[in-house]
Ligand binder design. Structure first.
Ligand code: SF4
Length: 77
């Protein structure tokens, strides 16, 4: 599966890193690292992380061949 975290939206609450530690990790207090091409078997924990993110910053695409929107920290504004 393909993941995109909107880092403009992410507030570093770390819910995702807590619920899906194989996919998301906090680096320091506020910056988030994640695997944008997480394995399909991580689907359930990723779904929990998506549901738990207080700002809905995590987007998931099931089809790895689909085009993902690109987001960069501080990119849009
Ligand atoms: S749960 Fe959402 S806001 Fe918190 S670190 Fe993860 S993506 Fe960012």
């Amino acid at each position: 599966m393909r993941l995109v975290v909107d880092l403009n939206r992410c507030q570093g609450y770390a819910q995702c890193a807590f619920l899906a530690p194989d996919v998301f990790a906090m680096h320091g207090e506020e910056s988030l690292l994640y695997n944008p091409l997480a394995e399909e078997e991580r689907h359930e924990e990723v779904a929990r992380a998506v549901a738990a993110c207080p700002v809905q910053a995590i987007l998931v695409e099931a089809d790895p061949s689909a085009e993902a929107p690109r987001t960069r920290p501080g990119g849009d504004r």
